[in-house]
Write a protein that binds this ligand. Structure first.
Ligand SMILES: C[S@@+](CC[C@H](N)C(=O)[O-])C[C@H]1O[C@@H](n2cnc3c(N)ncnc32)[C@H](O)[C@@H]1O
Length: 297
């Protein structure tokens, strides 16, 4: 994905007088070569971001670099969610706070004068971002460490080399930055850590057989093998969404379908074979594959 090419960096916005950048203490943020100025997301982009993130009642939304507050305010008004935005420009924090009051959502939407790199994101079920790619790359480890299942949407830029789960292009004829009169919106779901060795039992012709699952992972992309008795088979169609992993394998003549819900080092799930669904549990015994950065197609 060529994020930097798809939209001309915001420096141009500053050149066109769209933003007057505040001065910030150097120790407040990691080394960033170009600050992200204030460029508001058009309404159609905000709506698409919230729709792609599947925002719904009960969500807690955090907007990193919240500008005039439009993302959180729209979410609070239209989806009844709670959340807060952070921005290091106190004038924008004041403006967003006033806008939330005018919209009648200040009980659900608040704004804090804070650096995005110092923000505690642990309460978030959804994170929205419209920051330069360099910011997103610095934020990548923090975002990946969020609760599995947390949804992230970003306007125009990706998050380092983490491939999005979905992306959408929205025409924006009035867009003030970039040559392409369109915005890209990228969506990710934070994956659980599944890489490692898992031990379990599965039904077999003789009753039950030990199965050792060895999984590797590159973000949400998973690959692996299953050792059943003396045979080792490759797992098929692995699909990881947050804490939920599904995959299939062929054991001799039988095709097995696994649905796993991962909590900590345990899998609680079921497996389907020959039209029958059976409970299936597995326990993580070794995490040495955890930092596998092998690209998985
Ligand atoms: C492109 S604007 C996006 C505004 C809003 N999220 C939207 O989509 O309409 C980026 C915002 O991030 C803020 N910002 C940039 N760097 C920041 C940082 N390190 N900490 C907090 N806010 C920052 C800017 O002041 C600006 O308001």
């Amino acid at each position: 994905m060529k994020n930097a090419i798809r939209a001309i960096p915001f420096a141009l916005a500053a050149l066109f007088g769209l933003a007057v950048l505040p001065v910030h203490a150097e120790d407040e943020q990691p080394k960033i070569t170009e600050e992200t100025p204030y460029v508001p997301s058009p309404k159609i982009v905000v709506d698409t971001m919230l729709r792609m993130a599947n925002v719904h009642t009960g969500d807690f939304l955090i907007d990193l670099g919240s500008g005039d507050g439009r993302i959180i305010i729209t979410a609070a008004k239209e989806y009844e969610v709670k959340g807060f935005g952070v921005d290091y420009d106190p004038r924008l924090v004041r403006l967003a706070t006033e806008n939330a009051q005018k919209a009648g959502v200040s009980d659900r939407a608040s704004f804090v004068d804070q650096n995005v790199f110092k923000t505690d994101l642990s309460k978030a079920s959804v994170v929205t971002i419209y920051l330069l790619p360099e910011y997103n790359a610095v934020l990548q480890p923090t975002l990946l460490a969020l609760k599995p299942g947390t949804r992230i949407v970003s306007h125009d830029y990706g998050i380092g080399d983490w491939e999005p789960d979905a992306q959408s292009k929205v025409p924006v004829p009035e867009k003030p930055v970039g040559l392409e009169k369109a915005s890209w919106i990228y969506y990710w779901m934070v994956p659980a850590q599944v890489a490692g060795r898992w031990q379990s039992n599965i039904p077999s012709a003789s009753g039950s057989a030990a199965m050792e699952l060895t999984l590797t992972q590159h973000y949400q992309k998973v690959a692996g093998t299953a050792k059943i008795g003396t045979r080792t088979v490759v797992i098929e169609r692995p699909d990881l969404k947050g804490n939920d992993l599904t995959f299939e394998l062929t054991d001799g003549k039988q095709q097995l379908y696994f649905e796993a819900h991962i909590v900590g080092g345990q899998i609680n799930g079921q497996l389907q074979s020959g039209g029958k669904k059976l409970p299936w549990r597995a326990v993580m015994v070794d995490t040495t594959n955890r930092n596998s950065d092998r690209k998985i197609k």
